[in-house]
Design a protein around this ligand. Structure first.
Ligand code: SAM
Length: 265
């Protein structure tokens, strides 16, 4: 390699580096970078995706990358022209994405230990986002995409689906990485719904209610959400009080939250 020698993967930073070139190419195809665009990459690592993205972005495109590991930052700064790749040595959980040019196309093979918190963090920048394409644990992607009635449906499904269109692209086996992780991975794309997004009347109360409903997911709604909806409220909302949280569509969750808002429950 370079003067830096080989990098020893750090478990605490969730470092499983992509080594399968055909998978790397498929991920870049899913991201669909266009010449001249600007991309934000979380956790570029040893640049498996970064290198191909930079090539696809052409002379006028560039990447802002957020990497926590200072050894990897040093390598990235050494390898790439600063006009093509601006590396921010930072924790993506603390980084202020509003400092970057919009619209944001965010990509990354995310460290699995913080993947869900990062998704919620990026929701704060919803209006600035063009799209996000991530590699995540397959089980997390299944939860993100799960529809009403599916076992994997949970808080993550509802809290992302009211804001984003979620497309699962393809699965990635552990053998595509070094070191080999213990779990399967998947590529997922999130596209903000914009004007088609659902708009609960009180988003904080909506988030709280959804959390509450899934914390007691085996319970019927009339029990788990008794603090939100009175027994006679269910008929007005049009939701079966004997249903369980995982049976509900995202629209039905919004209807419950809006009823509670209107009735000051
Ligand atoms: N993109 C590379 C690839 O596909 O081979 C590396 C992916 S590896 C799964 C995750 C990367 O995220 C590592 O480079 C790791 O150092 C970095 N990372 C871990 N936690 C981070 C954090 N909180 N903020 C920014 N980067 C982080």
């Amino acid at each position: 390699m370079s003067e830096y020698g080989s990098h020893r993967a750090r478990k605490r930073f969730g470092q499983n580096f992509l080594v399968d070139q055909s998978i790397i190419n498929r991920i870049v195809e899913s991201i669909d970078p266009h010449a001249g665009q600007h991309i934000v990459e979380i956790g570029p690592g040893q640049a498996a995706l970064t290198r191909k993205l930079i090539a696809a972005l052409g002379t006028k495109g560039s990447i802002d990358a957020i990497e926590i590991d200072r050894d990897l930052v040093a390598r990235l700064v050494h390898e790439f022209d600063a006009g093509k790749l601006r590396v921010h040595q930072a924790d993506a959980m603390q980084f202020d994405f509003s400092t970057l040019p919009t619209p944001l196309r965010v990509v990354g093979n995310l460290p699995y230990n913080i993947s869900t918190p990062i998704l919620f963090r990026l929701c704060e920048y919803e209006e600035r986002l063009a799209d996000m394409t991530f590699m995540l644990q397959k089980e997390v992607v299944d939860r993100m995409a799960a529809l009403a009635g599916e076992d994997a449906r949970g808080r993550l499904s509802v809290m992302l689906q009211y804001r984003f269109k979620i497309d699962k692209c393809f699965d990635v086996p552990p053998t595509a990485f070094k070191p080999v992780p213990a779990v399967d991975s998947s590529i997922v794309r999130l596209t903000p719904l914009g004007d088609k997004r659902l708009k609960p009347k009180d988003e904080k109360a909506f988030a709280l209610m959804v959390t509450h409903a899934f914390a007691k997911r085996r319970k019927m709604l009339r029990n788990s959400l008794s603090a939100w909806v009175t027994p006679d409220g269910w008929a007005t909302i049009g939701v079966d009080p004997k249903a369980r949280a995982e049976d509900l569509t995202t629209l039905e969750f919004v209807a419950i939250s809006d009823w509670a808002f209107a009735n000051k429950a």
